[in-house]
Design a protein around this ligand. Structure first.
Ligand SMILES: [Zn+2]
Length: 345
């Protein structure tokens, strides 16, 4: 079968690879839509230590079940399923505490196992969620569950505890930023603002529920001061992870506020810590999601409560290498690029 194979920094090609063999408790899916994640663009450049070439990436996908293994419901063949790519051992101390996303033995399809940028992919049956039959654009909608699950997790961490969160700021309005934004709105935070330099992406943020969108943290601070008694935001979510956005996130917070960091753009960042100490600021990392986060995200998408606005077309796998090359050049108005090896998709 054909797959998009990453062979090292900026080396990607369509190659013929062995088909996955179905095993007990698994099923084989033909991805009908597989989204390219920002972390995969960084991975393509060789900046992500957790990806080793040669690798078939693709962890945001949904598709049609073509084969089921022993012990799996045969009625699933032909159904469109969304796939949670993350599996943990369910037995370690962290898993037993509900921290399955932090399991030391966790694996991700598209990082540790061949992913969705291929004609077929094998997935554990328990990670496949059948979508309602007749759901419009089911594969693309289902493929958004993974990035939205990240947003659900970020907001869950950001709102844990007793303190009310009235003003939240999301930095970055790419896919993950827009997902954090919608999770924040849907979780009931009354005022959610976006910071994003790209004008079309600011518009997307407004279209998806942001109460205002600003081109810079400085602009956001000017606006926030007037509506938060001069204090700043209760919660800031950094979906970029550049030194400037990490500093911006901390600078926008009120004393005692919380910054949740999910963007991975830079590894090392220097930050002024006197303000963190004197402001009693909480800096929280967020990684991936639990099955519960994924299920909440998928539910919102299926009900039409969340999305990315107009869905872009699904490109054939052959356009994968050039799509990655384009994405390296930086943000565009298009929020998500989908690939699929399904004929006629
Ligand atoms: Zn575990």
């Amino acid at each position: 079968m054909k797959a998009v194979v990453w062979n090292g920094p900026e080396k990607m090609a369509i190659e013929e690879v062995p088909e996955p063999r179905v095993e007990a408790g698994t099923l084989v899916v033909r991805p009908d839509a597989a989204g390219i994640c920002g972390s995969e663009v960084e991975g393509y450049l060789g900046k992500m230590g957790n990806r080793t070439p040669p690798l078939v990436m693709g962890h945001e996908f949904a598709g049609t079940v073509v084969e089921v293994g022993e012990g799996v419901d045969e009625g699933l063949v032909g159904r469109v399923v969304a796939v949670n790519p993350l599996a943990s051992d369910e037995t370690c101390r962290l898993c037993r505490a509900g921290l399955t996303n932090l399991c030391p033995a966790r694996t991700l399809i598209g990082i540790h196992h061949p992913g969705g940028f291929a004609e077929k992919v094998r997935v554990p049956a328990r990670n496949a969620y059948p979508l309602p039959e007749g759901l419009a654009d089911a594969a693309r909608v289902g493929a958004l569950a993974e990035p939205l699950a990240n947003g659900v997790h970020v907001v869950r961490l950001g709102t844990a505890g007793e303190e009310p969160v009235e003003h939240a700021v999301v930095i970055g309005a790419g896919t993950i930023g827009l997902m954090c934004l919608q999770a924040a709105v849907l979780s009931g935070i009354p005022n959610v603002y976006a910071v994003e330099p790209h004008a079309a992406r600011r518009e997307a943020a407004i279209g998806l529920g942001a109460h205002a969108a600003y081109a810079s943290s400085e602009e956001a601070w000017e606006a926030l001061r007037g509506i938060s008694d001069g204090l700043g935001a209760d919660l800031v979510l950094d979906a970029v992870g550049a030194t400037a956005t990490r500093r911006g996130a901390i600078g926008l917070l009120r004393p005692g506020g919380r910054a949740v960091m999910v963007g991975l753009h830079d590894d090392e960042t220097s930050l002024g810590f006197h303000g963190v100490v004197r402001g009693q600021i909480r800096v929280q990392g967020s990684y991936a999601y639990t099955a519960e986060d994924y299920e909440e995200a998928l539910g919102w998408l299926v009900e039409g409560q969340a999305g990315i606005g107009a869905l872009p077309p699904v490109l054939p796998l052959e356009e994968g290498p050039s799509a990655f090359k384009d994405l390296v050049r930086g943000p565009s108005a298009q929020i998500k690029v989908f690939l699929s090896g399904a004929s006629g998709a």
